[in-house]
Every structure is written in structure tokens, then in C-alpha cells.
Design a protein around this ligand. Structure first.
Ligand code: GLY
Length: 431
């Protein structure tokens, strides 16, 4: 079966790489793809916004693509699945109503309240309630801080703020409601309690009736070692997550994931695609931080290398509502993914710096290099965005996987390259 992957990041490169290893995969197309994907697939420079859905569907129809797989959230939230379904084309991902689980944090908060899904206590303010939001902040004590502010809609990964003081919370609210920093995505703002603990990402395959959790992963959101500095799209990940024992895992599924899926069904939403729960574990109790409606990035780059089952087969089953009682096979190895970012990330990103060392890693055992913000020009590959490459490695132990990943990192060079040195360090001694 020929497939089309939508997106241009390391997540999409990893999906293409995994699809390629499947016995039933034919040609791989990507829109728009990236230079890494173009080594094994054909990339087409079409946009992925709602204005391009017709062109993308025409492309899928003309190329007789058997399944389209959507990487990023924006086309899902804008309704690409509804459009494809309307044209009778198979696509993997949730439809617009279901994608609201990521597209509207207020929708998710209300769902959690209605179905008693544990999450941080919060209040929602609309833009017209700006003064009320400020009074709420004024009413808090200094020891109520930090708090969490979440813009309702998609805000390119910048919509979650964690002000440490009243003054910075007020500035963040002004920024959202008055300076309109997030556009319509900032029409509503959730103010919620900050929860301390550790995070785990639970990605589940869904077919509208059945739900199948994938191997767990943990990602590193802050730019600097020791979880310091600004939030990013993710600077690294590892899988599995040894801190989650069987009892905690059961709680995560039974208290959060399954009630959400059933709650959605009860609301008339048959969720298909990936349901990704960002879970905070505090004192051994899980709470929902957020849901995403797609594969995580960079979790995917740590999870998929461990998958022994055929990815395309299971994605098609999800799209067709035929997951049934399928299960997934995972290897027993540990995997670690280190993200290499360009100078200035996450505030800005530098471009056009030559990347060296990629050829050297091309046939490395247990190491894969997934492209994100790269472009090719002449015979060279250059930086072209914030997160540039994901280096994923597997080993018998986390120590072994880290060693392979960081050795590969040391082979790659570009001006201004930055990366965290502590990815999976906390699990290094775990077996
Ligand atoms: N790793 C965070 C995300 O995919 O949104």
C-alpha cells in the first residue's frame, strides 16, 4: 500500500522510517516532508493549512494512496480528516470534533469535570472578563505561585505560561487578552494550579471503539539541563519509563485514559487516531495535564524504534475501525532521543548553517538521525528551523542507549548547535 504522511518534522521522518520497514508498505509520499524523508520517500511542497486540503486530497486520490497519516495537530484541528472522509479517502487521525481534545483546552477541562477525570483545579476567563481575571490574580497569595495559564486554542506551543509571581501573571494575561499574542487561540484562558511531580506521555492508538496504549515515554520540555529555562517543543525523550510501575500504569489507564475515551463516546465522539495523554504523577497519583490529538514529538522518535509490530497495518486498522483486540509487540531495549536545536531556540532560530557529520552516521547500528528543521542546497544539508535533528539510539540499557546517542551527537556539527546533555540521565542506572 502506498502512503502519504503529512508534516515536516522529526516525528514525521520517524513515522516514514518505521513505515518503510513494514512488509506491506509501497511508495511513501510526504507533504511537505523534509530532506531526511526525501531519501526514502517523495516529498511534495504543498502547504498543510485548510486552504490546501483539496490539493492534498487530490494528490492522495491521483497517487492512489491507501492511507494518509497526519503528523501535526493543526490540520487535524482544522478538519483534514472530515475533508478526506467526505471524499471517501482513508486517513489516520481524529476528526475535527475529536481533535478539540487538543484544539480547545476549555473543551478538555469541561470533559474532565463532567467525567471526573483527575486534573488540576482551574478557572476559565473569556477575553471580555479581563478585569475579572486580574482581580482573581490579585486575590491569590504569593505562595499560590507559580500558577499555570493556558490559552484555549493552538498557539504554536507557546500557549502555556507558568508565571512565578502575581506581577508576571498579570503581564501574561495582558499579553494574551490585550496584546492578542495568541490571536483567537487566546480568546479564553484557563488559570490553574501548578502541580509538582514527574510527567509521562501515554500515546494510545484508537479506532473509534477500541483503545490500545503504546509504550510509555518521557519527554524533556525545557531548553536547558536540569529542566531550566524556557519551554520548547521538546528537547529529548526516552522509552520505556521505569518510574511507572504496574500499579501506577493501571491507575493512569483506569482513572484518566479509559474514562476520557468513554466520555468522548458518550458525547457522540468516536475518537480515531492517536490519543496522547500528558500525565503528571504527583505523590504516586496521576493527573491529566493535557491531551494531544497526534503522535508526540520527540516521544515518537523514542517509541517507534522499539515497535516490532507493523506500523502501517495497525494504523490502517485504526482508520477502518478494526483494531479489535489487536496488540503490539515491543522490543526489550531502551531508547533515547536527543534533539539538536539551532542557536536562539526557542525564542528564535538561526538558519542556513551547514550541518556536517550526517553521512558518517548513515549506516550506524542502533542509531537513527531524524530530520526536522533542515533543508538541502547543492550537496549540503543546512539548518532551517529551531529543532533541527533528533538523534535516536537504542541499547540493552539506558546507559548503553545514552552512550550511543551522545556519541552520534558528537559526530554532528553546525554553528550554534545546542542540546541537552542530561536526556535519560535520571534513568541511567535503571535496567
Ligand atoms: N512532546 C510534546 C508534544 O508533542 O506536544
Amino acid at each position: 500500500m502506498d502512503v502519504l504522511v503529512i508534516g515536516s518534522g522529526a516525528r514525521e521522518h520517524c513515522i516514514c522510517w518505521k513505515l518503510k520497514s513494514g512488509s506491506g508498505t509501497g511508495k511513501i509520499y510526504a507533504i511537505p516532508g523534509n530532506p531526511g524523508i526525501s531519501k526514502s520517500g517523495q516529498c511534495y511542497d504543498l502547504g498543510t493549512g485548510s486552504g490546501n486540503f483539496k490539493d492534498i486530497a487530490d494528490f492522495a486520490f491521483e497517487k492512489q494512496v491507501g492511507c494518509t497519516i497526519v503528523g501535526p495537530e493543526a490540520p487535524l484541528v482544522e478538519g483534514i480528516v472530515d475533508y478526506f472522509n467526505g471524499r471517501g479517502l482513508r486517513i489516520f487521525g481524529p476528526d475535527k470534533r475529536a481533535a478539540a481534545i487538543e484544539g480547545s483546552k476549555v473543551f478538555t477541562k469541561q470533559l474532565c469535570e463532567k467525567y471526573s477525570i483527575p486534573t488540576a483545579a482551574g478557572v476559565t476567563f473569556e477575553r471580555t472578563q479581563y478585569q475579572k481575571a486580574l482581580s482573581y490574580i490579585e486575590s491569590l497569595n504569593e505562595d499560590d505561585f507559580p500558577i499555570v495559564l493556558k490559552a484555549d486554542g493552538l498557539a504554536a506551543g507557546k500557549g502555556v505560561m507558568i508565571p512565578e509571581t502575581k506581577q508576571s501573571a498579570i503581564l501574561d494575561i495582558q499579553n494574551c487578552f490585550i496584546k492578542n499574542a495568541f490571536g483567537n487561540a487566546g480568546d479564553k484562558l484557563i488559570l490553574e494550579k501548578f502541580i509538582r511531580g514527574f510527567e509521562v506521555s501515554v500515546l494510545c492508538l484508537c479506532d473509534g471503539k477500541n483503545i490500545l496504549p503504546m509504550a510509555l515515554a518521557q519527554d524533556y520540555k525545557k531548553i536547558f539541563d536540569g529542566d531550566k529555562g524556557k519551554n520548547t517543543g521538546g528537547m529529548g525523550s526516552y522509552s520505556p519509563v521505569p518510574f511507572v510501575d504496574a500499579k501506577l500504569y493501571k491507575k493512569i489507564l483506569e482513572q484518566i485514559i479509559y474514562p476520557t475515551y468513554d466520555g468522548l463516546l458518550n458525547e457522540g465522539i468516536a475518537y480515531k487516531g492517536i490519543l496522547y495523554g500528558g500525565i503528571m504523577v504527583s505523590g504516586n497519583e496521576p493527573l491529566l495535564l493535557e491531551y494531544n490529538c497526534r503522535f508526540g514529538d520527540p516521544e515518537t522518535q523514542a517509541i517507534l524504534p522499539r515497535l516490532d509490530s507493523d506500523l502501517l497495518e495497525v494504523l490502517v486498522k485504526c482508520a477502518d475501525g478494526k483494531l479489535g483486540s489487536s496488540n503490539l509487540k515491543w522490543d526489550n531495549l531502551k531508547s533515547v532521543c536527543v534533539v539538536l536545536a539551532s542557536r536562539g531556540y526557542p525564542e528564535t532560530s538561526s538558519k542556513d548553517d551547514l550541518i556536517s557529520g550526517l553521512d558518517f552516521l548513515e549506516n550506524s547500528r542502533d542509531v537513527e538521525v531524524f530530520h526536522a528543521g533542515t533543508k538541502s542546497a547543492g550537496t549540503g544539508i543546512y539548518t532551517n528551523g529551531g529543532r533541527v535533528l533528533s538523534i535516536a539510539a537504542k541499547g540493552k540499557t539506558f546507559k548503553d542507549a545514552r552512550k550511543k546517542a551522545y556519541m552520534a551527537v558528537s559526530d554532528i556539527k553546525f554553528e550554534g548547535m545546542q542540546y541537552r546533555k542530561d536526556i535519560a540521565l535520571k534513568v541511567e542506572e535503571e535496567i
